[in-house]
Design a protein around this ligand. Sequence first.
Ligand SMILES: O=C(O)c1cccc(C(=O)CC[C@H]2O[C@@H](n3cnc4c(=O)[nH]cnc43)[C@H](O)[C@@H]2O)c1
Length: 239
Amino acid sequence: MRVLVVTAVRAEADSAAAGLAPDGTVTAHRIPGGHTLHRCSGAGTTVDVMAGGVGPAAAAAATATALTAAAAAPGAPAYDLVVSAGIGGGFAGVAPPGTLVVADAIVAADLGAQTSEGHLPVEELGFGRSVHPPAALSERIAEALDAVHGPVLTVSTVTGTAGRAAELIARHPRAAVEAMEGFGVAEAAATHGVPVVEIRAVSNAVGPRDRAAWRIGEALDALRSAFRLLRPVLEEEAR
Ligand SMILES: O=C(O)c1cccc(C(=O)CC[C@H]2O[C@@H](n3cnc4c(=O)[nH]cnc43)[C@H](O)[C@@H]2O)c1
């Protein structure tokens, strides 16, 4: 089984790789676009971890580049699964800092049109999609990680007010987390016909901006634990 993990920044990629390869056996492979795949191999599974950049556009471009490079490499197996992973903001009462969340829907929460009656998603405008269902495996992953299994919203602007948080919850009442890359990763994966899952470790609460309250170290530790627990699930899937 071959898996591509896409994070936004290097610190997230390092946490994922540390969980996947606790003995530190990771090899680096350059691909076009200046990206590096950090390869963790073993027990019938090869997991490539890549920091693709912040935001849905950078994430989509990086993911599509890695998937295209794999498809173009003679004799190399195609990816079986793409994982979007990183830290995120948790919605109050659902996902406090330190919590792990696995997406049961990957939602582009600000893709659409603003109207006097509120936000219209692209489906209502007659083009595109704003939701990707995750791979069926996501439920098993959520169980293995003891994670919340709920919608993960992708936004281009980090929420910084209580009003915006309330607006998002009104539109997505089950939302667990917001982050900035999942939908971009999912679009690229869908283009290549590869299933996708999204895993987030909560670093902060969604709401009024309070940068001092972000628990990034705690979230990166949780992300490392998530990938330690993910490894046997992938190995079982590969059998
Ligand atoms: O200091 C700020 O207010 C600020 C503004 C924009 C971006 C940041 C970041 O640290 C990058 C966000 C980065 O981390 C993910 N993330 C983490 N928490 C959230 C959130 O509450 N809402 C959206 N994204 C979040 C995201 O996926 C990015 O990769 C700081």
